[in-house]
Ligand binder design. Structure first.
Ligand code: PMV
Length: 347
């Protein structure tokens, strides 16, 4: 008899970014990062994992297409190393089906939601309830995924241990603390990035002098943003968010050869947000960019409509998606459609 488990996990947007590792394989970061978990009804990965079926090898079906995936294979290898002794079933070939409710081509990172969903499914299979452990399992797939396990606002602690057992996310505030926060996402280029975050951050750490300057101050910024979230101080949170995004992208430009993820449209959005805040006489919105040109504008429900209209007017903005604060990864019933597909695949 096979074990079939399913899970759902959303992406998150980092306010204080992770860019640089102290251990490449285990994905141990050099600094703490802080993020907002996005609403899983708007953006999410749904994953089904089949364990103990008679399969010759691991099979991955992503958004309906079957094929090898080195990123998932590496994550599974690390998860098996971590859990194999206690849960030998994980060592047997698995069938993994995963799909996103947002177009993969939208340019929104799917690695955080995808690997958090995988970790949550593995946890469901073995009855692992400890969120810290699930966060560690997610981290083994992709660092930023460690934060998507928690709802609301999360902080991924860099930790110090070589084995990474102290490098996991924690919740710093639940969604209910600040449900008015919204991420208005402007898609400026839906294509896949040319330099992966893995390669980009490795190159920055190897060649940038400026990154050491950022690493010297980013811990204090993570503390300050944590305090701002807990006291619902929007303008402090927003200012720190914009400054850390700019600081991270400055280290990318200082990388040799440089890595540039933002484009002219991203820069036009930066100016537009500053103008918006200046005209409002208050900091009501903050931009932040991950390893890509799409803008995340952090604002409140009250401002979100106006911000969306402003973004749509900027030439080159292709679409705007609004996501609230979410509840993090969770185990779910296997969707009917997936059950039918599994019947065919496993017969
Ligand atoms: O975990 P990765 O490999 O997807 O790297 C994420 C890096 C950034 O998105 C740029 C920053 C972050 O903290 O999410």
């Amino acid at each position: 008899m096979e074990t079939i488990v399913s899970s759902v996990a959303p992406p998150n947007i980092a306010l204080i970014k992770y860019w640089g590792k102290r251990d490449d394989l285990l994905k141990l970061p050099l600094n703490d990062s802080v993020s907002i978990t996005l609403d899983e009804k708007t953006l999410a990965s749904t994953t089904t994992l089949v364990l103990g079926a008679k399969l010759g090898k691991d099979r991955f079906i992503l958004n309906g297409k079957e094929g090898p995936d080195s990123h998932i294979a590496e994550a599974l290898l690390l998860i098996r190393r971590r859990l194999g002794k206690k849960y030998p079933l994980i060592k047997k070939p698995v069938l993994l089906l995963s799909s996103n409710n947002f177009p993969t081509a939208a340019g929104i990172a799917s690695s955080a939601s995808g690997f958090a969903a995988l970790a949550q499914a593995v946890a469901a299979a073995f009855g692992i309830k400890d969120k810290k452990e699930i966060s560690i399992l997610a981290r083994l797939g992709s660092g930023s995924a460690s934060r998507s396990v928690f709802g609301g606002f999360a902080r991924w602690k860099a930790g110090r241990n070589k084995d990474g057992n102290d490098s996991h996310a924690v919740q710093i505030a639940p969604r209910s603390k600040w449900p008015e926060v919204v991420d208005v996402i402007a898609i400026t280029n839906p294509e896949r990035k040319k330099v992966s975050s893995k390669d980009g951050m490795e190159r920055t750490m190897r060649t940038s002098d400026l990154c050491h300057c950022r690493l010297g101050i980013v811990g204090k910024r993570a503390d300050a943003v944590t305090r701002a979230i807990r006291s619902r101080d929007f303008s402090t949170m927003a200012t720190l968010t914009m400054r850390d995004s700019n600081a991270m992208h400055a280290t990318m430009l200082d990388t040799w050869p440089p890595v540039m993820y933002m484009n002219d449209i991203s820069r036009a959005i930066v100016y537009a947000v500053h103008e918006y805040n200046e005209k409002s006489g208050q900091t009501k919105a903050a931009y932040t960019f991950d390893a890509g040109p799409n803008a995340h504008i952090i604002t409140t429900r009250k401002e979100a409509g106006k911000i969306a209209r402003m973004l749509k007017k900027i030439p080159g903005v292709q679409r705007v998606i609004m996501a609230g604060v979410g509840e993090g990864s969770k185990a779910v019933e296997t969707p009917k459609k997936t059950k039918q597909l599994l019947k065919r695949l496993l017969s």
